[in-house]
Write a protein that binds this ligand. Sequence first.
Ligand code: NDP
Ligand code: 8X3
Length: 257
Amino acid sequence: MISLQNQIVLITGASSGIGTACARIFAGAGARLILAARRFSRLQQLADALTKEFNIEIHLLELDVRDRTAVESAISTLPADWSNIDILINNAGLSRGLDKLHEGSFQDWEEMIDTNIKGLLYLTRYVVPGMVNRGRGHIVNLGSIAGHQTYPAGNVYCATKAAVKAISEGLKQDLLGTPIRVTSVDPGMVETEFSEVRFHGDNERAGKVYQGVTPLTPDDIADVIFFCVTRSPHVNINEVILMPVDQASATLVNRQS
Ligand code: NDP
Ligand code: 8X3
C-alpha cells in the first residue's frame, strides 16, 4: 500500500455525496486536497470541518466543469505549491430526468453531456499533461453500472456513462508506457443527492428510489476509490463494478415493502 501523505488530490463534485466522502477519506490519510464544485459555501464548510479534524491543507476551486475556459484557468493558475496534482478524481456528474428518449428534454440532455462527458474530458485534458511530464499520477473516473447496462428511460444518462467507460479505456491505452494509472469506479445505487437532482428537486420521488432497499453509501464508494489509489505503483485496477446486495442489475432490485 502506498502512502497518500502530502499527495495532491483534486476531487471534482466535492460539495456532495461521493465527492464529499472522498474528501474525508483522503483527508484522513494526510493528503493535500483541491476541492472543486459550483456550490462554494458547501466547499468552505467541508474544508473548515476537515481542516479542524485532520489538520491538512485544502485549496478550493469554485468551478463549473462544463466551462472549458474556466477549467483551463483554474488549473493553469493553481499556486505553484498546488500545481503538481498526483490524483485526479473525476467525480462531478449528474442525471437529469427519466424520460423516454422521444419525449426527453434537450436541456436535460445537454446538461448531462456537458457535465459527465465534456467536463470530465476538460479536467483530464488540462491535468494529465502535467502528470505525464512528472512521470506520476492516477486518474479515477466515476462511471456507473449505467455505462454497462442501459435501462428504460435512462437513455442519455446511460450514454454519458458508457462514454466515461470508453474514455477510461482509451486513456489507459494512451498512457501505456507511462507510470500513470487509470481507474473507473462504476457503482450501482448509492444514496446521495443524485436522485433529487435527477428529479429536479422532487424529494418524494427521489426518496422512492431508495425505498425498501439498503443502498450503497458515499463512504462505500470512497473506500473503494481509496483502495484503488493505494495499491503498489505497478498495479492498475482498471474497473470496479459495485452494487448493493439488494441490487442485481440496473433494473433488478430487491425491495422490502
Ligand atoms: P450528488 O448529486 O450528491 O453529487 C454530485 C456532485 O457533482 C456535486 O458535488 C455537484 O456539485 C457536482 N457537480 C454537478 N454538476 C457540476 C458542474 N457542472 N460543475 C462542477 N461540479 C458539478 O451525486 P453523487 O455523489 O451520487 O454523484 C457523484 C458521481 O457519481 C456522478 O458522476 C454520478 O453520475 C456518479 N454515480 C452516482 C451513483 C448514485 O447512485 N448516486 C451511481 C453511479 C455513479 P455542485 O452542484 O456544487 O456543482
Ligand atoms: C447511477 C446509478 O442506476 O441510477 O449512475 O443509473 S443508476
